[in-house]
Write a protein that binds this ligand. Structure first.
Ligand SMILES: [Fe+2]
Length: 420
């Protein structure tokens, strides 16, 4: 009686430890090894092994072995008939000597006999074979009792659950990787589509070739200097690429007029932000504010912009960024009725209109990004590629940028730049 009680306590202890092992997901191999040792140790079994089942290869691959020796096969194959029988059998231990009718036992008969494998427990979890546990003879030479078989059944269930959990995790990881890849593909497709659209918009205006693409790139520079995340930067770039999409519906003769357009034509042209918004709104963008950037990129902080004459805080932030990028490109590229303005004039314009047309903090980060590229020789020559080397290295541009920065944010430690 006392002996039985002790055995029971010992077994429960081993089961509790096994449960703990199974819940430790960090080292799967170690968990299986420890579980096997606990199982063998608690019932005094000499040899054993745990194999994991691969449905695709119909193979049982050994994860942990003890006492089976080097010659024991590390991979065992199951045929359809074996699989069916194992599934019907469930977690009940199979006597090797009684199961020779199955191909599996006939094929590996020699190996099982050599190592005195007496029991094989199919690990069937939620109607699926996840592996098997092989058990050799007991150290005391006694046959397995009904009580032993119950213990084996309970402990191998734990091991089976551990393997099933691991399989699930591997599958989830695989799906996550696949989803990420699909998402990346979609993102690339979206980006390519946006760029194709930008090119189509720019094609309509023969005088401002590449404008939308450049506005996208300037918007990207501003967002990067603001320290935004990669996703936010991408969103702002998309907003820049598509800000003038509404121009696709404006008469080409108005857009390509070699002269200043009249009031009626201006009214027509000025409809493009709202039309752009209408075009972009039904599209599901990965970034929420893209349509708003199209609608409000001609608004001004002082309320003198269009279409809604919004003031400062009423204007979506993304539209403020695109507005600055748009105006900067307009000033730094040739137009039919005027040449590009020199760099110092453009910087002066930004400074003068900071707080009126443009958000001051955005002018600051824009000038700072430009100054950094010129003075610190940053790796990516974004401004140089967009404006040309000569333009960017015009005489006086560095002190001009420093002055503008100090003036706009004289007390900010972030933007204060020593004037050399
Ligand atoms: Fe525009």
């Amino acid at each position: 009686m006392v002996e039985n009680q002790q055995k029971l306590i010992h077994t429960f202890g081993a089961l509790a430890e096994l449960g703990h092992e199974v819940s430790q997901k960090n080292n799967f191999q170690e968990m299986i090894r420890t579980s096997l040792h606990l199982l063998l140790g608690s019932l005094g079994i000499m040899r054993g092994g745990v194999a994991r089942y691969s449905r695709f290869g119909h193979e049982l691959n050994m994860l942990a072995v003890r006492g089976l020796g080097e010659n024991f096969p590390l991979s065992l194959t199951l045929c359809d008939e074996d699989e069916r029988q194992f599934l019907i059998n469930g977690l009940v231990p199979i006597e090797v000597s009684q199961a020779k009718v199955l191909p599996f036992f006939r094929i590996y008969d020699r190996s099982f006999e050599d190592k005195r494998v007496e029991l094989i427990v199919p690990l069937v979890i939620r109607d699926e074979i996840v592996g098997v546990v092989l058990l050799g003879e007991k150290a005391n030479g006694e046959p397995y009792s009904a009580y032993d078989r119950d213990i084996i059944c309970a402990m191998t269930r734990h091991i089976g659950v551990g393997i099933a959990q691991r399989n699930l995790m591997v599958e989830l990881e695989r799906r996550a990787v696949e989803n990420r890849r699909l998402y990346e593909d979609l993102r690339m497709t979206y980006k390519d589509t946006v760029k194709a659209f930008a090119t189509a918009i720019d094609c309509k205006d023969k005088y401002t070739e590449g404008h939308s693409v450049r506005v996208g790139k300037y918007s990207e520079i501003i967002a990067a200097e603001l320290g935004w995340s990669e996703e936010q930067i991408e969103g702002v770039a998309v907003a820049g690429y598509l800000h003038d999409v509404g121009k696709l519906t404006v008469e080409s003769s108005i857009i390509n007029s070699p002269h200043r357009i009249n009031a009626k034509e201006t009214t027509e042209l000025n409809k493009h932000p709202e039309i752009g918004y209408e075009i972009l709104l039904p599209i599901h963008h990965p970034y929420t504010d893209v349509p708003l950037a199209a609608k409000y990129h001609h608004e001004r902080l002082d309320g003198r912009g269009y279409p809604d004459e919004l003031c400062d805080r009423e204007i979506p932030y993304i539209a403020k960024i695109v507005c600055l990028a748009d105006s900067f490109d307009a000033m730094t590229t040739d137009r039919p009725y005027k040449r590009r303005r020199p760099a110092n004039e453009v910087i002066e314009d930004l400074r003068r209109n900071s707080g009126k047309q443009f958000a001051p903090e955005l002018v600051t980060v824009f000038c700072r990004a430009m100054l950094k590229e010129i003075t610190q020789g940053t790796k990516q020559k974004k401004f140089r590629r967009l404006l040309g080397k000569e333009y960017l290295e015009a005489e006086g541009i560095v002190p001009m940028l420093k002055n503008a920065l100090n003036e706009m944010n004289g007390t900010s430690s972030l933007t204060l730049v020593a004037i050399v």
